[in-house]
Write a protein that binds this ligand. Sequence first.
Ligand SMILES: NC(=O)c1ccc[n+]([C@@H]2O[C@H](COP(=O)([O-])OP(=O)(O)OC[C@H]3O[C@@H](n4cnc5c(N)ncnc54)[C@H](O)[C@@H]3O)[C@@H](O)[C@H]2O)c1
Length: 348
Amino acid sequence: MPENSSLTCLVTGGAGFIGSHLVDALLADPTVKEVRVLDNFSSGHREFLAHHAQDSRLKIHEVELLALEKILPHFAGVDQIFHLAANPDARWGLDNTRLDLEQETLVTYNVLEAMRRHKVPRIVFSSSGTVYGDVGTTVTHELLGPALPISLYGAGKVASEALISAFCSTFGLSAIIFRFGNITGERTTHGVVFDFIGQLVKNSGDLTVLGNGYQAKPYVYVRDLVAGLMFGQKKCAALAPSQFNVFNLAPGGATNVRFTANELVAQLGFSVRTKIHYGESAQGWPGDVPQSRMDSSKLAQAGFPMPRSSDEAVRLAINRILHWLAEHPAAAAGLRLPADAKLAPKIS
Ligand SMILES: NC(=O)c1ccc[n+]([C@@H]2O[C@H](COP(=O)([O-])OP(=O)(O)OC[C@H]3O[C@@H](n4cnc5c(N)ncnc54)[C@H](O)[C@@H]3O)[C@@H](O)[C@H]2O)c1
C-alpha cells in the first residue's frame, strides 16, 4: 500500500453496475486505504469485483441496508460514503409500490443515521434527472422546481435528497448530490441496451421497441460518470460541515431510442437482418419520462465538463458492452452476445 494512503471509503451498492466501476476507480487511487462494499447482491454481482480478489484494500460485506443495527459496525472509521444502493429500475415500482419507499427512502435514512452515529462526515449520493418529472424538452437545471416526479423511483430520489439536506443542516454532514442522466456501459444489468441485446439473443430477426422510439434522454458512458463521482468526492472533501451541493451529471442534448436501436444492430452486424418494430405511444411505459434534457453547466463551471455528447456516449457504450460480453462471457450476469454477431471494431 502506498505510504500516503489515508482514505477509507464505503460504497453502498458497490457490486452493482455503476458501483463496481466506482470501486475500480477508487482502488486505482493511491490515496485510498480501504474500500468497503455493502451490498445485498439483489442486482449486484460478485463477478463484477472478482478482478480485485488480490487487493486486500477491498472488503466486501453481504448485508441488507434495511437492517440498521446490522449495518452500523461497517460505518466505523469511514471518511467518505458513496451511496449508490437502490432499486435500479423505475419499472419495477409498477408491480411493487413499496419497493422505492424501502430501497430509496428507508435505505437512505439508514445510511444517514449510521453516518450520524459513527460521525462519518461526507456523502456523495446518486440521484437522478427523474426528480424533475415530466417537463418535456425544458432544459432542467438544479434550481428548477418544485420537483414533481412522475414515478415512484423519482419520488424516492426526491425523498432521499430531502433527507440528506436535513441531515446536513441538523447534524453537520457534508454532501454532494449528483442527478444522473441515463448511464450505460459494460456490466450493464438493466436499461434499453440491455433489454435490446436480450431480445436479439432470442431472435435476431426482430427488435421490438416500447413506445415510438422518439423518446430522447441524455446518456452518460459509465466510466465518464465515475470520473464525475471521483471529482465529486474531492469537492465533497472541500465542503465545510453542513454544506450541501447539487449537480446534474449528464451531457446537454439527448439520444433517442431509434438512434440506440440502429446503432446496436449496426455494431452487431445485423443492419440487414433485424427488423425494428416501433410502438405508437410517446411514452415507453407508465412512469417513463419520454423527454429529458439536462443542463450540466454548473458542474462544468465547478471543474468537470462532460467529456462527450450523449450520442457519442451511447455509441461508445454499445461498443464497450459488446466487446466486454465477447471477452468476459462468464462475468456478464446472464447477458450474452447474440449468435452470429459480427462485431464492429473496438473503439479505443
Ligand atoms: N443506471 C442508471 O441509468 C442510473 C441513472 C440514474 C441514477 N442511477 C442510480 O445509480 C445508483 C446505482 O445504479 P446501478 O445502475 O448501478 O444499479 P445496480 O442495480 O447495478 O446497483 C445497485 C446495487 O445496490 C445493491 N442493493 C440494492 N438494494 C440494496 C439493499 N437494500 N441493501 C444492500 N444492497 C442493495 C444491489 O445489489 C446492486 O449491487 C442507483 O442509486 C440508481 O438509482 C442509475
